[in-house]
Write a protein that binds this ligand. Structure first.
Ligand code: HAM
Length: 427
């Protein structure tokens, strides 16, 4: 019997889920580590909340009429028939935790960050996954536009630390409980006039949540002359927005006012922002997004507490880095040690161990393969340099240092290898 036919069918990842394989995990860790450094400079502390929460939490926080709650939640029943959800975002859980643990009563301002997986049953495509990692922050207890400006600066610093500098920051204000109801009335009248032309989602949600129409990809052209939130702000919201713009300009942060930017979650008040890659190379998805949500803590049962935050998608940041070909991963700084023949093994192993102990990324099989196969492996591992040690090298106390990028080659005495590599790797 053919042994292959006895094999069971392999089990695959669930649609839209993906493994983070060894080559990629180092990049994810690099971004998370850099973000943690930046958060620490800005005075933020980490919070970890459960992946599973009551469905009720997200329905109340994100809003019943949002795409996330209507179509994208992974919902399940526990044994007691309670409805639970894999968290689609981080803000709601953080707010729940602060209220539950009484953390908001302890000091005036609380600055928290989180890193972890989120789940949304979206149609899978590049940059849009059903499980993705968010890095985010929430700043509670500061109603000043300075907290909004700080949050935007924080995201940009994290993106910069990950190697992404060319971004476009889109900004808008969607008003507050005072000015928004009047604006929404006007918007609704406008939408009713256009109703037959609008998509089914917009028609269905128009009465319950007219603001969502401004965010609709399908109807955007038809709604270009819709009334804009920014033109209907009350005095306090206007002044908040003006000060925010001034603070951003003072810090040299460029931004675009995008008047139909409203976001896909209902908890926002006043400031909303999204950050996109500047190069129109790849997808048009936001790398990061956030805004102010001054009513959410109260709506979830806490004391009235102003707040502002953001989240970025780690996979989208990684895709962008790959697109910009700014591969800055540790592997590309790696050194492959190739031994030619049995006598070179000892010296090669000693060198490889020494380099690793000194903080270099070094690799080598040292299993007597031909130089050609060793070089092929170095290439596959995306190594930057190769140190070749053979009979001649041993006799004359040097290694052949090959630059795998430009294919140049030179002799480097054994005792100068570290210095030579440091110079060339600029470390
Ligand atoms: P969001 O805009 O829904 O906001 O998501 C923030 C970021 O998460 C997006 O800009 C994107 O980079 C990433 N993201 C979202 N969905 C996906 C997906 N399906 N696949 C890959 N990446 C994705 C929030 O989640 C808010 N909680 C942000 C916030 C925090 N606002 C205030 N505080």
């Amino acid at each position: 019997m053919n042994p292959v036919s006895q094999r069971e069918t392999p089990i695959q990842t669930v649609r839209g889920m993906h493994d983070i394989l060894p080559g990629k995990s180092a990049d994810v860790i690099r971004i998370e580590t850099k973000a943690r450094e930046v958060f620490s400079r800005f005075g933020y502390q980490e919070i970890r909340t459960p992946v599973l929460e009551s469905t009720d939490l997200f329905e109340r926080a994100i809003g019943q009429t949002t795409d996330i709650v209507e179509k994208e939640m992974f919902t399940l029943k526990d044994r007691g028939e309670r409805s639970l959800c894999l968290r689609p975002e981080g803000t709601a859980g953080v707010v729940r935790s602060l209220i539950e643990n009484g953390l908001l009563n302890q000091s005036a301002a609380v600055k928290l960050f989180y890193v972890g997986p989120m789940f949304r049953a979206e149609r899978p495509q590049k940059g849009r996954y059903r499980e993705f990692i968010q890095i985010g922050s929430e700043y509670f207890g500061n109603a000043s536009p300075a907290a909004d400006a700080e949050t935007i600066h924080l995201v940009l610093e994290i993106l910069r630390s990950a190697g992404i500098e060319s971004v476009e920051t889109r900004l808008n204000s969607i008003g507050c409980g005072e000015c928004r109801p009047k604006y929404l009335e006007q918007l609704l009248q406008f939408l009713k006039g256009k109703s037959p032309e609008l998509c089914r989602d917009c028609q269905n949600r128009m009465e319950r949540n007219p603001l969502r129409a401004l965010d609709c990809k399908e109807d955007s052209a038809k709604l270009s002359d819709a009334p804009k939130p920014q033109d209907h702000l009350c005095e306090n919201c206007r002044s908040h927005f003006e000060t925010l713009k001034k603070l951003l300009r003072a810090a040299g942060i460029q931004f675009e006012i995008v008047s139909n930017l409203v976001r896909g979650l209902d908890y926002y008040t006043r400031t909303v922002f999204e950050i996109y890659p500047l190069e129109k190379t790849g997808s048009q998805d936001a790398l990061a997004a956030g805004g102010r949500y001054d009513k959410l803590v109260e709506e979830l049962g806490g004391e009235p507490t102003p707040a502002v935050g953001f989240a970025l998608g780690v996979e989208r940041v990684l895709n962008q880095i790959a697109e910009e070909k700014e591969e800055a991963s540790a592997v590309s700084k790696g050194i492959f040690v190739a031994a030619m023949g049995e006598p070179a093994m000892e010296k090669s192993f000693q060198l490889m161990s020494q380099l690793r102990s000194r903080g270099f990324t070094a690799e080598g099989t040292l299993n007597q393969q031909s130089l050609k196969s060793q070089m092929r492996l170095a290439d596959k591992l995306a190594m930057r340099f190769c140190l070749i040690i053979g009979e001649n090298e041993l006799k004359e106390n040097f290694a052949t240092l090959r630059d795998l990028k430009n294919q140049s080659q030179e002799k480097v005495p054994f005792d100068q290898i570290e210095t030579a590599l440091k110079q060339r790797l600029e470390i």
